[in-house]
Ligand binder design. Structure first.
Ligand code: ZN
Length: 230
């Protein structure tokens, strides 16, 4: 069965393309939300009364060998709830699509994150340029650090592996929560003492595994050796 091609399938879910500008190495897409209403972030009341619009830029996955830049037309709405202190609010998009203040779509950020984990800062940034992903070495490292921070639950089973900040120059230690399949810490070096200090600060950990390969894309972590703590 043949399915009809829809231009909106090129952009993240929920967006509609209003205009397309194809250059030699760049595609500019003017997009807007397909929803007629938005929800006030304070009182959760839905509104369809538009107050104004502004433009927000975000990079997206490359297309046909060209980098993609979204110009998102964001609407400001009136909040009509009498008890709400906020009169005007800007529409927000899902964190799975485009988090508030993000300069990259979530699907691009996910690729950038995995590239940084697999190759480290400088080689990752080099490959990103070839793949038309607009990220610098510093951005790659920032994305990795941001995604490795803050967990509000107690850790129980973790995996530890080396990680290259700069391949052949500087290595760190990557700590992965094996139960939830996510990275929870990046330690600045691969010294035993640093890892031990971190383990002491996280006393809830029962089992530690040394990993030979952490692949969160396929949700697989191959264990080389597992040992109980304490
Ligand atoms: Zn409100």
């Amino acid at each position: 069965m043949r399915t009809r091609f829809r231009p909106s399938s090129l952009v993240p879910a929920g967006f509609i393309i209003d205009h397309l500008d194809v250059g030699i190495d760049r595609i500019g897409l003017v997009v807007r939300s397909g929803s007629a209403t938005a929800t006030c972030p304070d009182c959760r009341t839905s509104s369809c009364r538009i107050q104004s619009r502004y433009q927000r830029r975000a990079a997206d996955l490359p297309l046909g060998g060209r980098r993609v830049e979204l110009q998102v037309m964001v609407r400001r709405f009136w909040c009509d709830a009498a008890a709400c202190g906020r009169k005007i609010f800007a529409e927000r998009f899902s964190d799975e699509v485009l988090p508030t203040f993000a300069r990259r779509t979530s699907r691009l950020e996910q690729i950038v994150h995995h590239l940084g984990l697999a190759l480290g800062g400088r080689p990752g940034a080099g490959l990103a340029q070839r793949l038309m992903l607009p990220v610098s070495r510093d951005t790659l490292l920032r994305v990795i650090r941001r995604r490795a921070t803050t967990h509000s639950y107690s850790l129980s089973v973790i995996g530890i592996d080396d990680f290259a900040w700069r391949r052949n120059h500087r290595y760190g230690t990557l700590v992965c929560d094996l139960e939830r399949r996510r990275i929870v810490a990046l330690l600045p070096d691969r010294e035993q003492a640093t890892a031990q200090t971190w383990l002491k600060m996280n006393g809830s950990i029962r089992i530690r595994a040394d990993l030979c390969d952490v692949d969160l894309t396929r949700r697989a972590a191959h264990r080389r050796r597992m040992e109980p703590i304490g």
